[in-house]
Design a protein around this ligand. Structure first.
Ligand SMILES: [Mn+2]
Length: 345
């Protein structure tokens, strides 16, 4: 393989892509889809793959279960994505000879589209970086050492398009994918390889500050006001090892923010010195209590969540508690104190 004009190309193991390449190169129509509530990696990977395929003469269409969140709409500026509910989705799925599923390998994470994807006549392929799920696809490429689906789609781009510089919009979609899934190149999934791939994307013309601003700098004043109210009410316990914030209906009303604006708030108390577990309690209109938890290395919030019927990952878990507000909060805080080996009330 020849090298990029000014930077050494990231080595790509073309062997592991051989079957996927064979399928894509002989395809005429490809639908590309991803998981419910698409995030930056999901949407960036879908759009990049669609555009790469279009460049090779394939009729490729992005198909989503849920619309892209507002801050990520710039990735589909042309409005190419067909979203579940759109009558054209069924036509796209039944006319596709290949359905490519990216950033997900668990069937039920396809949500409303799951049954239609499984019933469609096309061949299913899967490219993902999550632990192997149950989604039936052949061939599939699952690589849990990749930071993101975007990092894998980058590899595929080298093989599909060759070594020349990537078209800017593909490079931007991949950059957004990798940046969001690595928390801005901070999480433990960030590797030297991730940075090499990103170097190539910048070489292709991506302006990091531009993509960062597109994704993260779109807050509305009411959202920052709600964040202010939540942080002003921050509480800690067990010498700062446990911290929590409350989003009450009253605070939502006072700020004018919406429930979905709270996304990401749980990240802020994680910056506290010495904190091991962070909990965000949100009072829902129904009276139920939605809980998000995050933990440091060595503390398992999945176990804590499962005591209350919730689930998730070791370091990020959630629960939907029945309420009432005070009793639910106290019960979980007590269990958290116990889990941290602290003194209980
Ligand atoms: Mn991902």
């Amino acid at each position: 393989m020849t090298s990029h004009a000014s930077l050494p190309a990231v080595p790509v193991d073309s062997l592991r892509w051989r079957e996927i390449l064979d399928v894509l190169r002989s395809a005429k129509r490809v639908a590309v889809t991803t998981h419910i509530h698409p995030d930056g990696d999901a949407l960036g990977s879908v759009m990049a793959l669609v555009w790469m395929l279009q460049l090779t003469g394939v009729e490729a269409v992005p198909v989503l279960t849920d619309p892209a969140p507002e801050n990520l709409r710039f990735l589909d500026a042309g409005g190419e994505a067909r979203v579940a509910g759109d009558p054209r989705v069924d036509a796209v799925l039944s006319a596709s000879d290949v359905i490519a599923v990216v950033d997900v390998s668990t069937s039920d994470r396809l949500g409303r589209l799951m049954n239609r994807v499984l019933a469609a006549p096309g061949r299913r392929i899967c490219i993902d970086h999550h632990t192997d799920g149950d989604f039936p696809a052949a061939p599939s490429l699952i690589d849990t050492s990749a930071s993101s689906a975007g990092e894998l789609i980058y590899e595929l781009s080298r093989l599909l398009l060759g070594d020349g510089p990537l078209p800017l919009r593909i490079a931007e979609a991949l950059y957004a994918a990798i940046m969001t899934d690595t928390g801005g190149f901070r999480y433990t999934n960030t590797t030297a390889r991730t940075h090499r791939v990103v170097a190539e994307l910048i070489e292709a013309g991506v302006k990091p500050e531009h993509i960062y601003r597109e994704v993260y700098h779109k807050a509305r004043p009411e959202v920052l006001r709600l964040l202010g109210l939540a942080l002003a009410g921050l509480q800690t316990d067990i010498q700062g090892r446990l911290a929590w914030i409350d989003i009450t209906q009253e605070r939502l009303a006072l700020s004018g923010a919406r429930q979905e604006d709270v996304d990401g708030f749980v990240e802020l108390p994680r910056t506290l010195l010495g904190v091991d577990v962070v909990i965000l309690f949100m009072e829902l209109q129904s009276g139920k209590v939605k809980v998000s938890m995050r933990s440091r290395e060595g503390v398992n919030v999945h176990d804590l969540a499962s005591q209350f019927g919730g689930g998730g990952h070791v370091h990020a878990a959630g629960i939907l508690m029945e309420g009432p507000w005070i009793a639910s909060r106290e019960a979980l805080l007590e269990a958290a104190r116990k889990a941290l080996g602290g003194r209980t009330a």
